[in-house]
Design a protein around this ligand. Structure first.
Ligand code: ATM
Length: 221
Protein backbone atom coordinates (compact mmCIF):
# COMPACT_ATOMS: atom_id res chain seq x y z
CA UNK A 1 0.00 0.00 0.00
CA UNK A 2 1.15 3.44 -0.82
CA UNK A 3 2.70 5.16 2.17
CA UNK A 4 2.71 8.85 2.96
CA UNK A 5 6.41 9.12 2.10
CA UNK A 6 5.84 7.83 -1.40
CA UNK A 7 2.83 10.05 -1.91
CA UNK A 8 4.96 13.03 -0.88
CA UNK A 9 7.81 11.94 -3.14
CA UNK A 10 5.40 11.61 -6.03
CA UNK A 11 4.02 15.08 -5.39
CA UNK A 12 7.56 16.45 -5.26
CA UNK A 13 8.30 14.88 -8.63
CA UNK A 14 5.29 16.47 -10.25
CA UNK A 15 6.06 18.76 -13.15
CA UNK A 16 5.03 22.23 -12.00
CA UNK A 17 1.89 23.80 -13.42
CA UNK A 18 0.37 27.10 -12.56
CA UNK A 19 -3.30 27.06 -13.47
CA UNK A 20 -6.39 24.92 -13.77
CA UNK A 21 -7.87 22.26 -11.52
CA UNK A 22 -7.61 18.54 -12.07
CA UNK A 23 -10.58 16.59 -10.67
CA UNK A 24 -10.88 12.80 -10.93
CA UNK A 25 -13.74 10.43 -10.15
CA UNK A 26 -13.01 6.98 -8.74
CA UNK A 27 -15.10 4.07 -7.59
CA UNK A 28 -16.04 0.51 -8.40
CA UNK A 29 -18.03 -0.44 -11.44
CA UNK A 30 -21.54 1.15 -11.39
CA UNK A 31 -20.78 3.53 -8.56
CA UNK A 32 -22.12 6.41 -10.67
CA UNK A 33 -18.82 8.04 -11.71
CA UNK A 34 -19.82 8.66 -15.29
CA UNK A 35 -23.13 10.30 -14.31
CA UNK A 36 -21.43 12.50 -11.71
CA UNK A 37 -18.59 13.49 -14.05
CA UNK A 38 -21.17 14.53 -16.64
CA UNK A 39 -23.24 16.51 -14.10
CA UNK A 40 -20.16 18.33 -12.85
CA UNK A 41 -19.08 19.12 -16.37
CA UNK A 42 -22.52 20.53 -17.20
CA UNK A 43 -22.54 22.61 -14.02
CA UNK A 44 -19.15 24.15 -14.79
CA UNK A 45 -19.90 24.87 -18.46
CA UNK A 46 -17.17 26.03 -20.85
CA UNK A 47 -14.41 26.12 -18.27
CA UNK A 48 -14.66 22.33 -17.85
CA UNK A 49 -13.12 19.63 -20.01
CA UNK A 50 -14.31 16.04 -19.61
CA UNK A 51 -12.04 13.08 -20.33
CA UNK A 52 -12.35 9.37 -19.68
CA UNK A 53 -9.86 6.64 -18.96
CA UNK A 54 -8.75 4.75 -20.83
CA UNK A 55 -9.44 6.88 -23.90
CA UNK A 56 -9.46 10.47 -25.10
CA UNK A 57 -6.69 10.09 -27.70
CA UNK A 58 -6.28 7.98 -30.83
CA UNK A 59 -4.06 5.49 -29.01
CA UNK A 60 -6.14 5.64 -25.83
CA UNK A 61 -9.41 4.76 -27.57
CA UNK A 62 -7.83 1.76 -29.30
CA UNK A 63 -6.29 0.60 -26.04
CA UNK A 64 -9.76 0.96 -24.47
CA UNK A 65 -11.31 -1.31 -27.09
CA UNK A 66 -8.58 -3.89 -26.57
CA UNK A 67 -8.87 -3.82 -22.77
CA UNK A 68 -12.67 -4.15 -22.86
CA UNK A 69 -12.75 -6.99 -25.37
CA UNK A 70 -14.18 -9.99 -23.43
CA UNK A 71 -12.36 -12.63 -25.51
CA UNK A 72 -8.84 -11.19 -25.31
CA UNK A 73 -6.72 -12.62 -22.49
CA UNK A 74 -4.36 -10.03 -21.00
CA UNK A 75 -1.94 -10.82 -18.18
CA UNK A 76 -1.89 -8.36 -15.23
CA UNK A 77 1.48 -6.78 -16.13
CA UNK A 78 0.45 -6.10 -19.71
CA UNK A 79 -2.91 -4.81 -18.51
CA UNK A 80 -1.20 -2.30 -16.18
CA UNK A 81 1.17 -1.18 -18.96
CA UNK A 82 -1.69 -0.69 -21.41
CA UNK A 83 -3.63 1.49 -18.97
CA UNK A 84 -0.45 3.50 -18.31
CA UNK A 85 0.25 3.91 -22.03
CA UNK A 86 -3.25 5.28 -22.63
CA UNK A 87 -2.85 7.58 -19.58
CA UNK A 88 0.51 8.84 -20.79
CA UNK A 89 -0.97 9.92 -24.11
CA UNK A 90 -3.95 11.54 -22.43
CA UNK A 91 -1.77 13.52 -20.01
CA UNK A 92 0.55 14.86 -22.68
CA UNK A 93 -1.97 15.56 -25.42
CA UNK A 94 -5.05 16.64 -23.50
CA UNK A 95 -4.87 17.07 -19.72
CA UNK A 96 -1.69 19.14 -19.27
CA UNK A 97 -2.48 21.54 -22.14
CA UNK A 98 -6.00 22.11 -20.74
CA UNK A 99 -4.69 22.70 -17.22
CA UNK A 100 -2.15 25.17 -18.60
CA UNK A 101 -5.07 27.07 -20.15
CA UNK A 102 -6.65 27.27 -16.69
CA UNK A 103 -9.47 24.81 -17.33
CA UNK A 104 -11.06 22.37 -14.91
CA UNK A 105 -10.23 18.91 -16.23
CA UNK A 106 -12.69 16.24 -15.07
CA UNK A 107 -11.53 12.67 -15.55
CA UNK A 108 -13.71 9.57 -15.24
CA UNK A 109 -10.97 7.44 -13.60
CA UNK A 110 -7.21 8.12 -13.49
CA UNK A 111 -4.08 6.79 -11.79
CA UNK A 112 -5.94 5.57 -8.68
CA UNK A 113 -7.92 3.09 -10.79
CA UNK A 114 -4.63 1.44 -11.69
CA UNK A 115 -3.52 1.43 -8.05
CA UNK A 116 -6.81 -0.16 -6.95
CA UNK A 117 -7.40 -2.62 -9.82
CA UNK A 118 -3.89 -3.56 -10.96
CA UNK A 119 -1.87 -2.72 -7.84
CA UNK A 120 -4.19 -4.18 -5.20
CA UNK A 121 -6.86 -6.35 -6.78
CA UNK A 122 -4.55 -7.97 -9.35
CA UNK A 123 -1.75 -8.14 -6.79
CA UNK A 124 0.95 -6.29 -8.77
CA UNK A 125 1.74 -4.03 -5.83
CA UNK A 126 0.54 -0.47 -5.31
CA UNK A 127 4.06 0.97 -5.07
CA UNK A 128 5.17 -0.71 -8.29
CA UNK A 129 2.14 0.42 -10.26
CA UNK A 130 2.50 3.90 -8.80
CA UNK A 131 6.15 4.19 -9.89
CA UNK A 132 5.38 3.00 -13.39
CA UNK A 133 2.61 5.58 -13.68
CA UNK A 134 4.82 8.35 -12.34
CA UNK A 135 7.12 7.71 -15.26
CA UNK A 136 4.23 7.51 -17.71
CA UNK A 137 2.57 10.75 -16.60
CA UNK A 138 5.57 12.87 -15.54
CA UNK A 139 4.14 12.71 -12.06
CA UNK A 140 0.81 14.36 -12.73
CA UNK A 141 -1.56 13.96 -9.77
CA UNK A 142 -5.17 15.15 -9.42
CA UNK A 143 -5.86 18.16 -7.21
CA UNK A 144 -9.07 16.52 -6.03
CA UNK A 145 -10.23 12.92 -6.25
CA UNK A 146 -13.89 12.18 -5.62
CA UNK A 147 -14.38 8.62 -4.39
CA UNK A 148 -17.95 7.43 -4.92
CA UNK A 149 -18.22 4.80 -2.21
CA UNK A 150 -20.83 2.07 -2.61
CA UNK A 151 -21.22 -1.50 -1.40
CA UNK A 152 -20.37 -3.91 -4.27
CA UNK A 153 -23.72 -5.74 -3.83
CA UNK A 154 -25.66 -2.47 -4.16
CA UNK A 155 -23.60 -1.52 -7.21
CA UNK A 156 -24.15 -4.93 -8.82
CA UNK A 157 -27.91 -4.48 -8.44
CA UNK A 158 -27.74 -1.46 -10.77
CA UNK A 159 -28.26 -2.20 -14.47
CA UNK A 160 -25.25 -2.24 -16.77
CA UNK A 161 -22.73 -3.72 -19.17
CA UNK A 162 -20.33 -6.66 -18.93
CA UNK A 163 -16.85 -6.06 -20.33
CA UNK A 164 -13.81 -8.23 -19.60
CA UNK A 165 -13.00 -6.74 -16.18
CA UNK A 166 -16.62 -6.19 -15.09
CA UNK A 167 -17.30 -9.84 -15.93
CA UNK A 168 -14.99 -10.90 -13.12
CA UNK A 169 -17.71 -10.11 -10.63
CA UNK A 170 -18.22 -9.33 -7.00
CA UNK A 171 -14.97 -10.71 -5.58
CA UNK A 172 -12.88 -8.36 -7.73
CA UNK A 173 -15.13 -5.38 -7.00
CA UNK A 174 -14.84 -6.11 -3.27
CA UNK A 175 -11.04 -6.07 -3.44
CA UNK A 176 -11.13 -2.85 -5.45
CA UNK A 177 -13.53 -1.20 -2.97
CA UNK A 178 -11.23 -2.06 -0.05
CA UNK A 179 -8.25 -0.69 -1.98
CA UNK A 180 -10.06 2.61 -2.61
CA UNK A 181 -10.93 2.90 1.07
CA UNK A 182 -7.26 2.52 1.98
CA UNK A 183 -6.04 4.93 -0.69
CA UNK A 184 -8.58 7.57 0.35
CA UNK A 185 -7.69 7.21 4.02
CA UNK A 186 -3.96 7.51 3.27
CA UNK A 187 -4.27 10.89 1.52
CA UNK A 188 -7.26 12.75 2.95
CA UNK A 189 -5.97 16.05 1.55
CA UNK A 190 -6.59 14.95 -2.02
CA UNK A 191 -9.50 12.52 -1.62
CA UNK A 192 -13.15 13.29 -0.88
CA UNK A 193 -15.19 10.18 0.00
CA UNK A 194 -18.87 10.50 -0.86
CA UNK A 195 -21.60 7.95 -0.12
CA UNK A 196 -22.82 6.99 -3.60
CA UNK A 197 -25.89 4.95 -2.65
CA UNK A 198 -28.13 8.05 -2.81
CA UNK A 199 -29.99 10.11 -5.42
CA UNK A 200 -27.68 11.56 -8.07
CA UNK A 201 -28.69 15.18 -7.31
CA UNK A 202 -27.69 14.85 -3.64
CA UNK A 203 -24.32 13.44 -4.60
CA UNK A 204 -23.85 16.15 -7.20
CA UNK A 205 -24.39 18.90 -4.60
CA UNK A 206 -21.58 17.43 -2.48
CA UNK A 207 -19.32 17.07 -5.50
CA UNK A 208 -19.86 20.69 -6.45
CA UNK A 209 -19.12 21.84 -2.91
CA UNK A 210 -15.89 19.81 -2.88
CA UNK A 211 -14.80 21.29 -6.21
CA UNK A 212 -15.52 24.84 -5.03
CA UNK A 213 -13.53 24.17 -1.85
CA UNK A 214 -10.63 22.81 -3.88
CA UNK A 215 -10.66 25.89 -6.09
CA UNK A 216 -10.55 28.04 -3.00
CA UNK A 217 -7.54 26.04 -1.84
CA UNK A 218 -9.28 24.28 1.05
CA UNK A 219 -8.55 20.62 1.91
CA UNK A 220 -10.84 18.06 0.22
CA UNK A 221 -12.54 16.75 3.36
P1 ATM B 1 -15.09 2.08 -16.74
O1 ATM B 1 -15.79 1.48 -15.56
O2 ATM B 1 -14.71 3.51 -16.47
O3 ATM B 1 -15.77 1.85 -18.05
O4 ATM B 1 -13.65 1.36 -16.83
C1 ATM B 1 -13.46 0.18 -17.51
C2 ATM B 1 -12.75 -0.85 -16.66
O5 ATM B 1 -11.36 -0.58 -16.62
C3 ATM B 1 -13.23 -0.89 -15.24
N1 ATM B 1 -13.64 -2.22 -14.97
N2 ATM B 1 -14.40 -2.59 -14.11
N3 ATM B 1 -15.01 -3.03 -13.34
C4 ATM B 1 -12.01 -0.51 -14.42
C5 ATM B 1 -10.86 -0.79 -15.30
N4 ATM B 1 -9.66 0.02 -15.11
C6 ATM B 1 -8.53 -0.57 -14.56
O6 ATM B 1 -8.55 -1.76 -14.24
N5 ATM B 1 -7.40 0.18 -14.43
C7 ATM B 1 -7.31 1.49 -14.82
O7 ATM B 1 -6.27 2.13 -14.68
C8 ATM B 1 -8.51 2.09 -15.39
C9 ATM B 1 -8.47 3.52 -15.84
C10 ATM B 1 -9.64 1.32 -15.53
Amino acid sequence: MLGHATATAFAAGTVARVAGLFVTFEGIDRSGKTTQARMLCEALGDQALAVREPGGTAVGERVRDLLKEPHVEIAPHAEALLFAAARSELCRQVIRPALEQGRVVISDRFLDSSLAYQGEARGLGVEEVFEMNRWATDGLLPDLTIYLAIDPHAAAARAGGGDRIEGEGLALQGRVARAYERLAAADAGRWRRIDADRPAEEIHAEVLAAVEAARAGAPAA
